[in-house]
Write a protein that binds this ligand. Structure first.
Ligand code: 5GP
Ligand code: MN
Length: 327
């Protein structure tokens, strides 16, 4: 029923804005590309929007250049499709302007989705938003091109951690199998996303290793990434994708934390007060979405995040208070 309404709305639209969350991951980027390219196949005029610089590891995706950091003339759109966002604010600065689009369609798999928009396609059991895009594209009987196959495959691979996380389902494999039949090369995707790492990224990882700390009970690990480390290695936030997993893999660790010092927070604030983005990753036994929600953020069971400010020692004290609650 809902799916049919969404299909009708898309078919009746002429000019569609598609957007996803700031600091996008593989699922956000893959879903955005696949949905945008599919709508283009049925002759819709589309604009693919993301506010942030995209992680460099996704540059190999066909049509990645179609994603722009400007949303265009917002009054021109009859419909906005918002992907992989638990609330509309996750889109970033354009959220408020986008909220005035006549019709908003919300496609997401976060359990914490606040059901914004006129139409929703939400399934927290789906491994990735890219799964929902596949279901929608299939229901619309739009043929899957090689570019779309790469986008959907990469989205599902990224959100399941290469089919290792607890959200890996038989449907994820089934869709990815079909994407391979449609031209996505698994080795090519893995090669770009996991198997190639620039020398500067290795140097950054080396610095990050040096910042690893473990809670007294061994269940929480943290890494701290400062702007100085990015400067020293010539890297940027686009090179950081996935590095938190090195702290998550440590024996007995249930929750890994990456504290990222934001660039803009520093000049704005006096004294030692800084802005941090906190990424949380779980070994599968702890729901980190709940932990993030307690700090005003959100996410999934296995991967979540939030923003916080304070001095580094203050912020660490708050984070390490989580450790004693881990069983
Ligand atoms: P990351 O740690 O890579 O920034 O994000 C991991 C997961 O948590 C993603 O699904 C992302 O959408 C979600 N997430 C990260 N930061 C926030 C936040 O500040 N608010 C909400 N609602 N979700 C977040
Ligand atoms: Mn996702």
């Amino acid at each position: 029923m809902k799916m049919n309404q969404i299909i009708q709305q898309l078919k009746n639209s002429k000019h569609i804005l598609l957007a996803t969350h700031i600091h996008p991951d593989g699922d956000a980027i893959g879903s955005l590309l696949a949905m945008g390219l599919a709508l283009e196949e049925i002759k819709k005029k589309v604009q693919l929007y993301n506010e942030s610089v995209l992680p460099a590891v996704y540059n190999f995706l066909p049509s990645i250049h179609r994603i722009k950091d400007y949303a265009g003339a917002l009054e021109a759109y009859d419909t906005a499709v918002i992907l992989d966002c638990s609330d509309l604010q996750r889109v970033g600065e354009a959220a408020e302007a986008i909220s005035r689009t006549p019709v908003i369609i919300n496609i997401d798999h976060h359990a914490t989705n606040n059901r914004f928009g006129r139409y929703q396609l939400i399934d927290p059991k789906a491994s990735a938003t890219a799964v929902l895009i596949y279901r929608l594209i299939s229901a619309m009987e739009i043929p899957i091109t090689t570019s779309m196959a790469y986008a959907i495959y990469t989205g599902i691979m990224a959100d399941t951690g290469s089919f290792r996380f607890s959200n890996t389902t038989s449907e994820a494999f089934k869709i990815c199998h079909e994407m391979v039949l449609n031209g996505a090369d698994p080795h090519k995707v893995a090669y770009h996303v996991y198997e190639t790492i620039s020398l500067k990224r290795v140097k950054l990882l080396n610095m990050l290793y040096d910042t690893i700390e473990i809670s007294e009970n061994g269940k929480l690990s943290s890494m701290t990434l400062t702007q100085n480390m990015l400067h020293a290695t010539g890297t940027s936030i686009t090179d950081v994708e996935g590095l938190i997993n090195y702290a998550r893999r440590i024996e007995n660790v249930k929750v890994a934390v990456l504290l990222y010092e934001r660039a803009d927070g520093r000049q704005m604030r006096a004294s030692n007060d800084r802005e941090f983005h906190v990424s949380l990753r779980s070994d599968g036994s702890v729901n980190v979405a709940n932990l993030a929600a307690a700090f005003g953020g959100g996410g999934h069971r296995g991967a979540a995040g939030f923003d916080i400010h304070g001095s580094l020692p203050e912020v660490k004290t708050q984070l390490y208070s989580i450790a004693s609650r881990l069983l």
